[in-house]
Write a protein that binds this ligand. Sequence first.
Ligand SMILES: C[S@@+](CC[C@H](N)C(=O)[O-])C[C@H]1O[C@@H](n2cnc3c(N)ncnc32)[C@H](O)[C@@H]1O
Length: 262
Amino acid sequence: MLNELEHFPNHPLKTSTSSLGALTRFALRFALGVLAVRLRNDCYMTLKQPIKSPFSNCGKRLFAWMMATCSTAYEEAVAERKQALFSNLHGNVLEIGPGSGPNLSYYPHDIHWIGIEPNPFIHPYLQKEAERLGLSIDLRTGTAERLEAEDNSIDTIVSTLVLCSVPDLPRTLQEILRVLKPGGRFLFLEHVAAPQGTWLRKIQSGIRPIWQVIGDGCHPDRETGSALETAGFETVDYQQFRAPVPVVSPQIVGIATKKAAS
Ligand SMILES: C[S@@+](CC[C@H](N)C(=O)[O-])C[C@H]1O[C@@H](n2cnc3c(N)ncnc32)[C@H](O)[C@@H]1O
């Protein structure tokens, strides 16, 4: 039927078919947007009050499932960088926003791993991954802006693709500095804003309002590198690279170190 209509560009049936298609696409996008907004709100509501409505958790469940199933190609692309980044872990290691646990396979078994993850629906995926690897983990619900850890108590903090999503980046970095031991290290792999004036930067900024809704609060044009440099670490060393993903391809990987005790 559609093939026949291709010969008649102005056929009324063709116009109504394409309008129907556009309407369906709009309805699907709208539904996805609503789910994502619910997810974002619920993540923070959950920390203050018990979950009541099963519908209100649909978005969170969907995002948890997406995190657990859709990141294989990206993980393969960054595997070597992660191998190098996580090569020297010991003692207390705290990971913010660990998601479904793509970093767990890099960790030695003799560390004490604490995970702070606000989305409770991702916890079972992460626990399953830890069981598969035979790792014992200490997984908590919370946010990076208020870490449940003593001052100067953690040897290493890990963050991969999380600083783009935290609602308050400066506060998160101050919390990281507070709980790290003197001389402790913050290991990060994050996507960042493209350079000012580039087409990609314009796209990142233009798409931001929609991206934040569908991406759980993610800022595609966040200047995370500069925020790290001015946060108060003694040293911040990182490399920039391009990941094989659209929009958020500019990424940084590196280590920020807290000043050692004098
Ligand atoms: C894009 S996912 C990355 C997950 C995982 N780190 C990875 O590399 O695949 C972002 C993660 O940050 C978490 N997150 C969002 N806001 C957060 C906050 N304020 N504090 C801690 N984690 C947060 C999300 O729940 C999610 O697990």
